[in-house]
Design a binder for this molecule. Structure first.
Ligand code: G1P
Length: 301
């Protein structure tokens, strides 16, 4: 890729079954769970678009029709709101429709994140592209993806987002072994392990769900054997790329120090809703006042 060409494609894996949220996800994709009043997935698409990635490919599966519907027109509703002259609600309805150029492909067999990313090969072609995982929401006031895209172009390498986590949580993530660079926000990745036990984790740098990948990753994924959990792991493919700096340009991590919300498990999801609602102009003041009272009540027991 020439330095002047911009990355425009984002891939969002969304084929997971969402079993942690049963029964809510029995008939509805977990990506549609509302975070305040917007489905979690819309935050992620908005983040991609905000970074200039206007071509979005979602990797879906069975029971995911609601995702396609959410990013498409809904004529009856639009008509009704128009007749009523309710432009504020009409705008909310149209926001997700007009966001990006949406594309969909099904994963078929649920063989892991690496396998899901491989399903993007035809659509992506021979260009670098971003992968955004739906469980992570990055606060729109904090910069991450734009920085990663810039680093990808500048270094012609693979870029992942890293977050320093409590060592007790590292077993939930891909963990990175890193070397400093002369940029305090960027590290070179020398090793990666998918969900290691705390005792063997190379560091407490966790890979969070943002990647900017070179198209060479597809060739590596084709031959990546199932790893942790019997799944084809993106982490394992990236580990190989990290070791082959000559061939692939290596792998670098952009260290994120901003606000990130995890909607992937129940407790973190509840925290994300409360945190984001507490920051909202329309809800924040009332919610914060109530939270203080509620917390005081908890203290009193
Ligand atoms: C995936 C990746 C893992 C990464 C995590 C970030 O795991 O396999 O390396 O740290 O996303 O959220 P998952 O959470 O989908 O099990």
């Amino acid at each position: 890729m020439r330095m002047t060409e911009r990355i425009t494609k984002a891939v969002i894996p969304a084929a997971g079954l969402g079993t942690r949220f049963l029964p809510a996800t029995k008939a509805m994709p977990k990506e549609m769970l509302p975070v305040v009043d917007k489905p979690a997935i819309q935050y992620v698409v908005e983040e991609a678009v905000g970074a200039g990635l206007t071509d979005v490919l979602m990797i879906t599966g069975r029971n995911k029709n609601a995702l396609e519907n959410h990013f498409d027109r809904v004529a009856e509703l639009e008509y009704t709101l128009e007749q009523k002259g309710d432009t504020a609600k009409l705008q909310k309805v149209n926001e997700s429709t007009e966001l990006a150029q949406m594309h969909y492909v099904r994963q078929g067999d649920p063989k892991g994140l690496g396998h899901a990313v491989l399903r993007a090969e035809m659509h992506v072609g021979d260009e670098p592209f971003a992968v955004l995982l739906g469980d992570d929401i990055i606060d729109e006031r904090d910069v991450l993806l734009t920085r990663m895209l810039d680093e990808q172009v500048a270094r012609d390498a693979t870029i992942v987002a890293l977050l320093e986590v409590d060592p007790d949580s590292i077993h939930l993530y891909g963990a990175a072994e890193v070397e400093e660079t002369d940029d305090p926000d960027v590290v070179r990745i020398t090793g990666l392990v998918e969900k290691p036990a705390k005792e063997v984790a190379p560091s407490n740098y966790a890979v969070i769900g943002r990647y900017v990948l070179k198209p060479g990753v597809f060739e590596v994924l084709h031959r990546t054997e199932p790893g942790k959990g019997g799944e084809i792991q993106l982490t394992d493919a990236l580990m190989e790329m990290a070791g082959d700096v000559e061939g692939t340009g290596g792998v670098y991590g952009v260290v994120f120090r901003g606000r990130r919300y995890d909607t992937g498990d129940k407790l973190d999801y509840i925290k994300a809703v409360v945190q984001l609602a507490a920051d909202r102009d329309d809800l924040g003041a009332d919610l914060r006042a109530w939270l203080v009272e509620f917390a005081a009540g908890l203290e009193r027991g």
